[in-house]
Design a protein around this ligand. Structure first.
Ligand SMILES: N[C@@H](CCC(=O)N[C@@H](CS)C(=O)NCC(=O)O)C(=O)O
Length: 214
């Protein structure tokens, strides 16, 4: 039985949706970020970085949302969330997951936590948020163009856990001047992901209500 330490709407969305896709038995353990539960000593023993999500499987502990979904996809190949090892499609799966997690995700973290870079400079924090949003807009343009030629999924006709990760990141942009769902091919992909019963179960369990800027 897996245990997933999570906070609603956080980087735990993708691992949670993957657990639902797999149909694996799992327990959700809420971590109250408002109450700083992620900074308590017992939580830091699990994840010294003080972040959600954490996946626990017996004695095995895994952090980093992208690593968690890669591991789950490998352990449950029957769910077909990753292409076969050693194939060109698998290589492109790595390419997308790494791009999403090492380029888009850090820009989102700058957007959400600008005070960590500039603790005593509110104006500079605003500039950093603006810069993160602009850089993310460039990334959305790139992803949308890729999807236009090779969609509807990141791997063409093949749905994978990378699409679930993109759906999570796209949601994080919902208050941007131009959110990810305003890019036609990204919207097409996220609509397909949202229609999946596993993703709907994740959203419901996390109490996430879709809010899209008019
Ligand atoms: N690279 C990490 C980032 C995790 C992360 O930053 N999670 C955020 C929520 S989306 C968090 O725990 N924030 C609490 C904090 O940083 O204090 C991952 O993908 O798991």
């Amino acid at each position: 039985m897996y245990r997933l330490f999570y906070a609603p709407g956080s980087a735990a969305m993708a691992p949670h949706a993957v657990l639902e896709e797999i149909g694996a038995k799992h327990e959700l353990v809420p971590v109250d970020l408002q109450k700083k539960a992620h900074q308590k000593p017992e939580y830091l023993k699990l994840n010294p970085k003080g972040r959600v999500p954490v996946l626990v499987d017996g004695d095995f502990v895994l952090t980093e949302s992208a690593a968690i979904i890669m591991h789950l996809a490998d352990r449950h190949p029957e769910a077909k969330l990753a292409p076969a090892l050693g194939t060109p499609l698998r290589a492109h799966w790595y390419q997308w997951l790494l791009y999403l997690s090492n380029t888009l995700q850090p820009a989102f973290l700058e957007y959400f936590y600008p005070e960590r870079s500039f603790p005593d400079a509110p104006n500079t924090q605003q500039q950093l948020k603006g810069s993160a949003e602009r850089r993310l807009a460039g990334m959305f343009i790139y992803i949308d163009a890729e999807l236009a030629t090779r969609g509807p999924y990141l791997l063409g006709d093949t749905f994978s856990a990378a699409d679930i990760f993109l759906h999570m990141l796209a949601r994080w942009s919902r208050w941007f001047e131009k959110p990810a769902y305003r890019y036609i091919h990204i919207k097409q992909l996220t609509d397909l992901v949202k229609a999946r019963p596993a993703v709907q179960r994740m959203m419901k369990a996390q109490g996430i209500v879709e809010q899209e800027k008019a």
